[in-house]
Design a protein around this ligand. Structure first.
Ligand SMILES: [Zn+2]
Length: 83
């Protein structure tokens, strides 16, 4: 796992209470990754998961039915609009 750093704003935060890891809908390449990890008994940061800080966690959670690339696109666009 990567250290907790928000995928949207890049802020470091303490995981557990307010932010955390979210797992998005898996793409074909994510299933391939999982199979490979199982085969080599590997661990790593899943390509379909990322950290979200307190500020972005709840919105990101609404997009878990999307794949991570689609969800991130939406989240980043929304973040841009706020500026
Ligand atoms: Zn954030």
């Amino acid at each position: 796992m990567r250290p907790p750093e928000c995928a949207i704003c890049g802020n470091d935060f303490e995981p557990g209470e307010k932010g955390g890891v979210l797992h998005f809908k898996k793409r074909f390449s994510d299933y391939v990754w999982e199979r490979k990890m199982k085969r080599i008994n590997g661990v790593g940061h899943p390509p379909f998961a990322d950290w979200f800080c307190e500020k972005h966690f709840s919105r990101a959670k609404q997009l878990l039915s999307l794949t991570i690339n689609k969800a991130m696109k939406i989240l980043r666009e929304e973040e841009e609009e706020k500026k």
